[in-house]
Structures are given as structure tokens and as C-alpha cells.
Design a protein around this ligand. Sequence first.
Ligand SMILES: [Zn+2]
Length: 342
Amino acid sequence: MKAVVFHKRGGLENLKYEDVQTPDIGPNDVLVKMRACGLNHLDIFTREGSHGVHAPLPHIGGLEVAGEIAQIGNTVKDWRVGERVLIGPAIVCGECEYCLSGYDNICPRRQVIGVNVDGGFAEYIRVPAKILLRIPDSLSFVDAAASLTAFGTAWHMLVTRAQLKKDEWVLILAAGSSIGVAAIQIAKELGARVIATASTEEKLAKAKELGADFGVNYAARNFQHAVMQITQNRGVDVVFEHVGTTTWEKSIASLRPTGRLVTCGSTTGRWGKTDIWSVFYKHISILGSFAANSGEIRAVFEFVAQKKFRPIIDRTFPLAETADAQKYLMERKQFGKVLVVD
Ligand SMILES: [Zn+2]
């Protein structure tokens, strides 16, 4: 089969579109023909070996995979060849204290697709049948793949971790990212008031179409000052963080007393300066969040299937052009999801 492989970690030039052995499946596995695979910054960190991510080599990235079942293992009962499926983003143990308490997204033995095991930047991918979800007829492969991590992750952040409520103010950073467009829709569904940031007026106009009440161009002005102006010096109840070093200090300063900052990422860097005084004096909560548990993923995927939430697709690239797709994501030109298709 054809796949996009890297044999050593580093720059985009390490991504090679080449012939590799089609994976053999075990009795509990299925082989899935990839039709669409969403791109994430995690793919870039995996290829670079940055942010503490160390995939085995050689490696195939890609963690948001939708496709058709091409082959099934002899003990697999509930699936048939030809069914349209979405691949859950991780294989978990199902028996540790985290798995048993509803936090299987932080299972210490989890293997993330495209990170710890080979992923979807390939014609075929092998996965255990237990992590498959059915794609309803109402959704295309591209829409299904585009929904997997963004809506689940944003839901875990806003609903489970930050417990965002009706009429609260939420600041959503980098609204043009796929997680940002998911967060705007979830926050509006909860009845919150949304301030979205983006780097261009065009992206802000699209964020408003999705329901954002206010837009702030962070390239043109200090977003913390804008937040204070919009909220009449009160600050927001919740900050939706995933940017990291470049925004961290201003994000904390944008919170009202008793506010919650929830973060799932550090795209611009892992280290941020924290004014400890303001954290205790203002009763600030800093909440970490990683991915979504399997129950949340199924629940939000159901909402997408019912068209309550709408995946926003920026652009698709052919599988052979995965390196160009990653470059495009790194340049942050997109509004919504970037995917490869085959
Ligand atoms: Zn576990």
C-alpha cells in the first residue's frame, strides 16, 4: 500500500510517500481503507519529536481516521466488510483506575492512533474492532473525520472540566482552529456569551457566523484589554486555552475573580508565566484537559450526526500531499479542519 512515512524525526522533508507492507490483522482487529484523515498539531509534534512526543520509527502519523472496513479478524462479530467507520482516537486498557472512573482518555497504557501506533496517513490502517464507531448515512467521511477530536476535546474542556454555564462569559482563543470552531458551537449550545479571538477580520466574521458574540483581532490589539472593555472590566468566567506560551499570561489576566482557565494544548510553547498572586487572590482555577473519554466521543459524535454541531472544513489534500497539508496547518491559514483524503 501507499503511505506517508517518516524514518527519522524532524522537518517536513522527512515525510516520504512510499510503498509499505499492508498491515496483517490479528483475530480482534479490522483493516480499514482510509477515506479521510484529519490533521492535528499533534501530527506535527510527532513528526518533529517535539513537545515530549516520541513515536516508534519508522512511523505513519494521523489520528482522526474515517474509512471503510476492508477486512475483519476471525473473532470480530459486530462488523462487516464495507461498513463506514470512524476510528476512536486511542486504544485503552479498560481496567486501570482511570479507565474505571470514566477517565479512559488519561489511561497510562493508552496508545494514541498515529502517535504510539501507526495512523491514518496511509491507504490502510489496522485497529482493534472495539474502538470503531459507525458513521451514519447523514455524514460524509470528511465530516466524520473532522468531528472526532475537535468536538470531543472541546466538550471535555467546556462541559466536564470548566462546567461552563448559561449566561457566563467565555473567551475562546484562536477561533479559526478546528477546536475553536467546535468550542464556539458548544458554548452557544450551553447558552454562554462568547468572545472569540483570531488573527484576521475574515476569520472573525466566520466565528460570528458560528455564533460568537464578539470578535477580537489579536494581531491588531491586546486581547486582554479588549476582553476588559467588552465585559466592562469584569473579566470572563472561563478562558478556553490551547495556544500556550504566547497567550498564557494574558489569558489568566482576562479572568474575573473565581474564573476558570481550561487548557488542552501548548501549540506555541510549553512554558508560561503565571502571576501566582492573582491566582490565589482572585480564586482562579487552572484546569488541565486532554482529549475526551470514550463516552463523550460517542455523545458528541451523535450530536454531529443529528446536525446539532457542524464540522467546518477548510480544505482537503490528497494523501500523497500530506507534507503540504502539514505545512498549511503550520502556517495557520485555515478556518476549520484540514484533512487528507484517498
Ligand atoms: Zn486504562
